[in-house]
Design a protein. Structure first.
Length: 168
C-alpha cells in the first residue's frame, strides 16, 4: 500500500509540474486553511452538475430569498468560526478560501485605498451568479452596514464596495 501511495503522489506531482515535497506542502496548507474548518462547519462535496441542476429547479425569487437569508446570518458565523474575528478583510479572505478550495469559482481582488472589487468567475450559470450577488450583498449590509454594487452574468459576478481597513 505504501508503494502505491508513493506512486500516486509522484504521478500527481509530475502532472502538476511540482515536486512531491511541494505537493505535500499544498495538501497540508489546504488542510490547515480549509479542510479542518470546513468539516467542522458541515461542508459537503458535491459535483457541480448536481448544484447546477438544483439551482435550475428553483425559481429566481426563491434563490434570492435563500441567498438573502444565508447572507444575512451565515457569513458572519462562518467568518467568526474561521478567523475568530469578523471584519471586511476576513470576509474577503473567506471568499478567497471558498473559491480556492470549494471549487465554486476563480477569484480576483483589486483594491485601491478604500475601494475594492471582487470578481468571481465560475461555470455554474446565471442563477449561481444571482445567488452570490444577493448573498454577498446581504452579508455586507447586515454585518458591516456596507452597500455593494454588483453585476451578475452567467459566468461572473463583479462586486464593488468601499470599506476602510480594520483597526487592529
Amino acid at each position: 500500500m505504501r508503494r502505491e501511495f508513493d506512486g500516486r503522489l509522484q504521478e500527481d506531482a509530475e502532472t502538476g509540474g511540482m515536486t512531491v515535497s511541494s505537493l505535500l506542502s499544498s495538501i497540508v496548507t489546504k488542510y490547515a486553511e480549509w479542510d479542518r474548518y470546513a468539516r467542522k462547519f458541515g461542508y459537503i462535496s458535491i459535483p457541480s452538475d448536481v448544484l447546477k441542476s438544483l439551482l435550475q429547479a428553483v425559481d429566481d425569487e426563491e434563490i434570492a430569498d435563500i441567498a438573502q437569508d444565508l447572507g444575512s446570518r451565515l457569513i458572519k458565523e462562518l467568518v467568526q468560526f474561521w478567523f475568530n474575528e469578523v471584519n471586511v478583510e476576513r470576509l474577503i479572505e473567506y471568499v478567497l478560501l471558498l473559491c480556492n478550495y470549494s471549487g465554486i469559482g476563480e477569484y480576483e481582488l483589486h483594491s485601491q485605498d478604500t475601494n475594492h472589487t471582487v470578481i468571481i468567475r465560475h461555470e455554474l450559470g446565471q442563477k449561481w451568479s444571482n445567488f452570490m450577488s444577493v448573498f454577498i450583498d446581504a452579508a455586507m449590509k447586515n454585518t458591516f452596514g456596507i452597500t455593494i454594487d454588483s453585476q451578475a452574468s452567467p459566468s461572473q459576478v463583479n462586486i464593488r464596495f468601499a470599506a476602510k481597513p480594520a483597526q487592529r
